[in-house]
Ligand binder design. Structure first.
Ligand code: TEU
Length: 577
């Protein structure tokens, strides 16, 4: 047994218009079923690359760094909301869905980016935010000014109790505090309340109003007409509420596995997606969707999927599973079975812009993920992370992810092994969660820190040399050893591991047959797909690997004497040839 020599890492290159890149993306661009096996890279545009030196990532920065995505070998990007926005929730508060925020670029810049990605062999998914608008959207300002048609597009209700002083129900915003804000009538007296499942600057739309449905179908067409390949759907489980807006048994809107809530996962939401599917299918090639839907189980999630519904939905149970073989196997089994029943691929993800980065998640005790609350950062306060351990596990976890049948999403920076930045000063924190919980929840800024590209000190090439503004969130000085520049020629780096893994996935795993579990020692997950094998050891002891297997890739060095060390994963070619 030895770690076999691998093909040289592909060199980063600038995208060449019209010339497909090597690796996964090239062949796939012509394939209408691409979304069943794709690797999609999440671009958190605010933090990816800053082209104009204002400390905020933008379209120009993204275009200039497409070579990084080509060298990585991804099939598509999902770009977080880039629309005009007051940025009360980092762009998830949209004031105009048909143009870009000036901080990111113009509509023409956006169109050029879509074309540039396509020329580089990379498809483009945007992020649609249909649950709520910004309070600065023209519809909401008209509603506040008293326009009855505009008010009917949102959820205004009279308050309860004497003088209507109490909110219409007991729901608590996902970000903390009441989910209702009271308005003031034009004559200055207190008026009705409006619902916001998130921040007060994100009023919820009323999806029982046909005008709302027509508007969003039109927004989809606006971007599909510009060549966008699909959408990630924000809060896909929240659009349709129980029409009575009743009190909830548990007022918190924060996701809980165990309890239904009248705001979430109501049956009426599926009619919305049936209509959206018709819009997507009217294009050639058909456009695709991925749902962000926090629901009670993989079986509930499958209700969003199918030939007449959405194509894919994130399997968040996989992201939330602790570093523990029993959970991993159970979550994988259930997720695959429920998606397969409706003919959909599973959609694996280890990280996104809302969740503690995996290096840090795996660096602490591994709790039962079904325990409430969802937010690991609440439970972990005070426990020092072992980042070397977390890095080792995160490297193993991505080999597990990329060997599974289905779609895989990567979140920018995980290919560099970035950790959660937990020591951002209070005065620099931007996530509304921090303010709305009076700082008891640190929020999500720690996974949104701008990427380190090069150099020895912040801004690490994120902004052009000599930029006037510092990055919008501070980068840790220790990231000098995690820049793209410092990792790209290092055979042991996390970036090299990701490049090798994506290349092998495109060459071998995507064509491999279905998964068969292999009997393996406690603390391990092992499966075969035809002549390929994947073994993951999350237990405390090394385990022997199958004889006559050739190692294709290992997340950490193997021990020829004992086999697969703890917190390590390996890809095998079975049969010994
Ligand atoms: O998140 C939806 C959501 O439910 C989040 O509250 C998520 O569960 C939480 O952030 C986990 O920590 C989406 C977006 O991904 C998020 O960035 C937005 O803030 C939110 O919608 C509102 O648009």
């Amino acid at each position: 047994m030895s770690t076999a020599a691998l093909d040289p890492t592909p060199a980063p290159s600038d995208p060449v218009p019209g010339v497909p890149p090597p690796g996964g993306a090239g062949g796939a661009i012509a394939d209408v079923e691409w979304w069943r096996t794709a690797v999609v890279y999440q671009v958190y545009i605010r933090s990816f690359a800053d082209g104009d030196g204002d400390g905020i990532g933008d379209v120009a920065g993204l275009r200039s760094r497409l070579g990084h995505l080509q060298a990585l070998g991804v099939d598509a990007v999902w770009i977080n909301p880039w629309y005009a926005s007051p940025q009360a929730d980092a762009g998830y508060d949209v004031s105009d869905y048909r143009t870009l925020d000036p901080a990111y670029g113009s509509l023409a810049d956006g169109e050029a980016l879509i074309a540039g990605c396509h020329a580089a062999g990379i498809r483009v998914l945007l992020d649609i935010v249909p649950n709520h608008t910004s309070d600065e959207h023209a519809w909401f300002t008209a509603a506040l000014a008293g326009d009855p048609a505009a008010r009917a597009r949102y959820l205004f209700r009279p308050g309860r109790g004497p003088g209507g002083d109490a909110p219409p129900n007991n729901w608590q915003s996902t970000f903390g505090g009441p989910a209702w804000t009271r308005t003031t009538t034009p004559d200055g007296t207190p008026g009705d309340w409006y619902l916001h499942l998130f921040a007060p600057k994100q009023p919820d739309l009323d999806w029982d109003n046909p005008e709302v449905r027509e508007e969003f179908a039109d927004i989809l067409r606006f971007w599909f007409d510009r060549g966008v390949d699909g959408f990630r759907i924000d809060v896909a489980h929240g659009l349709v509420k129980d029409a009575a807006l009743p009190d909830a048994a548990h007022p918190e809107l924060r996701f809980r596995h165990s309890e239904p809530h009248p705001a979430w996962d109501q049956d009426g939401v599926h009619a919305v997606y049936r209509a959206w599917r018709t819009v997507a299918d009217s294009y050639d090639p058909p456009r695709v969707f991925v749902a962000e839907a926090w629901v009670a189980s993989p079986e509930r999630l499958a209700r969003y999927l199918g030939a007449d519904r959405l194509h894919t939905a994130f399997q968040f149970d996989f992201l939330r599973a602790p570093w523990d073989a029993r959970w991993q196997r159970e979550v994988i089994d259930r997720s695959m079975a429920s998606a397969a029943q409706v003919g959909s691929p599973s959609t694996w993800v280890l990280a996104n812009h809302d969740m503690t980065r995996q290096v840090t998640r795996y660096a602490r005790c591994q709790p039962d993920f079904l325990a409430e609350p969802q937010w690991e950062r609440d439970r972990w306060a005070g426990e020092t992370p072992d980042l070397a351990l977390g890095t080792r596990r995160a490297r193993a976890a991505v080999l597990l992810t990329l060997a599974l049948p289905g779609v895989a999403y990567l979140y920018q920076g995980e290919e560099l092994g970035l950790e959660e930045v937990e020591d951002i000063p209070a005065g620099r924190r931007q996530d509304p969660t921090f303010a709305q919980t009076a700082g008891t929840d640190l929020g999500r800024d720690g996974c949104r820190v701008p990427l380190p590209w090069s150099g020895q000190a912040p801004p690490f090439g994120f902004s052009p040399p000599g930029s006037a503004e510092a990055p919008w969130l501070p980068q840790p000085p220790s990231w000098r050893s995690l820049t793209v520049q410092s990792q790209q020629d290092d055979p042991a780096s996390t970036l090299t591991l990701y490049r090798q893994a994506l290349r092998l996935r495109a060459e071998q795993w995507v064509r491999a047959p279905d998964l068969q579990w292999v009997d393996s020692p406690a603390g391990t997950v092992a499966f075969n797909r035809g002549s390929l094998g994947c073994w993951v050891n999350s237990g405390g002891d090394p385990v022997a690997l199958p004889r006559r297997a050739r190692v294709l890739l290992a997340s950490s060095p193997l021990d020829p004497a004992t086999g697969l060390p703890p917190d390590t994963a390996v890809w095998l070619h079975l049969g010994g040839d």
